[in-house]
Design a protein around this ligand. Sequence first.
Ligand code: NAI
Length: 330
Amino acid sequence: MKVAVFSSKPYEEASLAAANGGRHELTFLEAHLNARTAPLAAGHDAVCAFVNDNLSAPVLEGLVPGVKLLALRSAGFNHVDLAAAERLGLAVVRVPAYSPYAVAEHAVALVLALNRNIHRAHNRIREGNFALEGLMGFDLHGRTVGVIGTGKIGAVFAGIMRGFGCKVLAHDLAVNPECEAAGVQYVKLAQLFAESDIVSLHCPLTPMTRHLIDDAALSRMKTGVMLINTSRGALIDTRAVIAGLKSGRVGYLGLDVYEEEAELFFEDLSGQVLQDDIFARLTTFPNVLITGHQAFFTHEAVKNIAETTIGNITEFEATGQCANVVKLPR
Ligand code: NAI
């Protein structure tokens, strides 16, 4: 198949080319997919897209009739207008799992760095400041961690935190028996909020989970709670969290995702003036640690994403179907 690979970066191109082995004709495009760049897909049978590509109805309309397949290089598909894709006869496939360890371990890295102020200590040492004031952390052992969403990633995160000696509470639409067997206790959201010292989000972004963490949710949490989000930015109402940071209700915030990240993440904007005042405010807090959607970014995950993506395209070309198809919820 002729595949237009949007938002492509050199590190992905190498993995995709290796996984492809010359089977498909891949056109690597640095541009994000949007209404303006959609014509670049002309003459291709498939579009390969990433998390911050615009896959709304008007953009998808610009891809047909030529393009038949939309191959996502991600697990999340909240950015795709699935109803429009179905109407236009565009099959959507994704990479359902590539390394839950990559994301879960990154969430743990945020917990550890925030707790022990590693980001601040690093800066101090480089400036010859060896004072310890303001760097005191807490033992994770014996603390209560709340995990929202115990699918592939949440289950790995819960297991690691159990290994630290934490009590793990979880909330999900369905109980994961492996988590239960590992000593994770399923509770209602209200109890998880009330009892957790650390709350980590591992559920998808859906209409039900959008702004799951808002003023009301924060008001039910412990004062000084640590909040970690490696899932999707819009799970958190950023304005509410900023208010929570200012009041002290939120004691630590670790983010790998941000509501308006499409305008920022994955690009070097260091020579430009930051236009997003809300994001700019977040970066001023000493107890906020942000990474730019890099939780997935391990050798293993990038290789798996490339192999599954090429496998999806090959399967679709051969059979017109794919095991990793994303269906419109009925
Ligand atoms: P998964 O599908 O295995 O697990 C998601 C879990 O969330 C399921 O158990 C589901 O029942 C639960 N859930 C759904 N709605 C819920 C609700 N309203 N309340 C509580 N739980 C709910 O997904 P996986 O692979 O564990 O990924 C989780 C999320 O991580 C993805 O949706 C994606 O947004 C994010 N992600 C982030 C990456 C990054 O680089 N930062 C990379 C990969 C995924």
